[in-house]
Design a protein around this ligand. Sequence first.
Ligand code: MG
Length: 156
Amino acid sequence: MRVGIGFDLHRLGAERPLVLGGVEIPGSPGLIGHSDADCVLHAITDALLGAAGTDLDIGALFPDDDPQHKDADSALLLREALRHVPGRIVNVDAMVLAERPKLGPHRAAMRTRIAEVLGLDVGAVGLKFTTMEGLGPIGEGKAIACKAVALIEESA
Ligand code: MG
């Protein structure tokens, strides 16, 4: 078994939909970034690359100055990254730090989508949300961040 950790943060304020965990969340500005800026899938991608013991991270795989990845669907980037992750994914767990919008109503859709992208049962995808109690740039609604861990079982 091998564990990996990932973290990502993007600033809020883009004039496009907010996408988290591969799901469009209505009623909020989008995240600013070269791809669709889905910090949940980005953190999970880095957790999996770490668990795999590669010398890669998401920035090395998909440089943010590559026009090919402009506005890219991060679900496709994650699927591509999975080519570097041998063995079986046991589970992933993610913690989203966001002051707003309220994400609870979207938890089921996000878990389902993340599970679908990874080819996992939904029970293998943990997803929690917390605010920063108004503190710091996340608490002020200027950014959304995500921490993630992933566990993989190496092939025999
Ligand atoms: Mg990112």
